[in-house]
Ligand binder design. Sequence first.
Ligand code: B12
Ligand code: SF4
Ligand code: SF4
Length: 313
Amino acid sequence: MTLAAELKARAAELGFLACGITHPGPPPYADRLDAWLAKGYAGTMRYLHRQARRRKDPRINVPEALSVVVALENYYAPDGADDREAPRVAKYARGQDYHRVTRARLDRLGAFLVQHGARVAHSYVDDGPVPERALAYSAGLGWIGKNTMLIRPGAGSFFFIGTIFTDLALPPDGPMTTDHCGSCTRCLDACPTGALVEARVLDATRCISYLTIEQKGPIPDELAGRLDGWAFGCDICNDVCPWNERFATTTTVAELLPVRRLGTADAATFDTMDDDEFHRRFAGTPFERPGLRGMRRNLRAALASARPKGDGA
Ligand code: B12
Ligand code: SF4
Ligand code: SF4
């Protein structure tokens, strides 16, 4: 077996959904990032402007790197009845923190590379200036859907993308050039805030995920009424995708199974909670990012925007 084949077998053994290899040089479609930033679609995520040079040439992050190993980590578990009621939490945030869980598993894959002669095996998962979808695309792991997600045939898109930059020269996989969206426009039609302004272009400043997690200020009135009950993140453009409906299967990673949801009672609880209690209850969870003030804002807006039960929501 070649080293690349052994590596992919090791990734499967560790429970990763798929693993591919690409090179760390500039991806040919880096101009899409410039166009997106120029339109102001990053909103207050200024770090995306600051990191643009590194995202357009990921090798700058780890100059010794000759290859990037990309691994997909399934986080899917089906919604229970409570998950469909406001206040809703996106699936990716219901389990333990993936920055820790997935990073630790990537490091185990990195250890395999070191055992086979690598001196460098640096892993990232949503914690560095790394264009993760672009690298996963180049590594042949899926195509970029009209909802901007990396989608994998036979698997869907409910996974995290992790990368390992290594100084081993591994044979790169080719990109998947076929567009499997065809004439489907379900995600574009379903987005309640019109954030998918055209196929494969997302205006983050309109996206519920950005409004409830990334930005600090009040949610603009025009959009607050359209949250459809979401209090943290949003899964709509993934949930409606036929590739997820058909192929999403429950994760085998126990730590990513759901442990976190918000009951309706939490709206009042957040209003009366102080910072100490918030920290005690939610330290180390994704809710730390918006913080207590952000979660108060989100809960109020989510409940106010929820459709009445039985309204097909
Ligand atoms: C900023 C960010 C956001 C922003 C903006 C999202 C966006 N679509 O740009 C907000 C807060 C809205 C967001 C939301 C979500 N996010 Co987010 N996010 C990121 C982050 C940190 C950077 C993304 C970025 O650079 N965006 C700018 C655009 C221009 O870049 P891009 O989408 O990556 O597109 C590149 C390539 O896809 C390629 N490309 C684009 N179109 C095309 C078309 C063709 C034909 C080709 C060849 C290439 C190509 O070029 C682009 C430039 O490099 C990444 C992690 C990372 N380090 O990359 C996670 C990441 C993209 N997010 C992720 C997730 C899970 C989510 C949510 C599902 C969470 C949730 N449930 O609320 C939603 C999904 C919303 C959506 N439809 O995208 C995952 C996506 C996994 C996947 N299967 O694709 C990532 C990779 C994190 C991770 N490590 O797993 N996110
Ligand atoms: S995550 Fe929700 S708000 Fe954002 S683009 Fe998808 S459907 Fe629209
Ligand atoms: S819902 Fe349809 S158009 Fe949107 S990403 Fe999925 S297959 Fe593509």
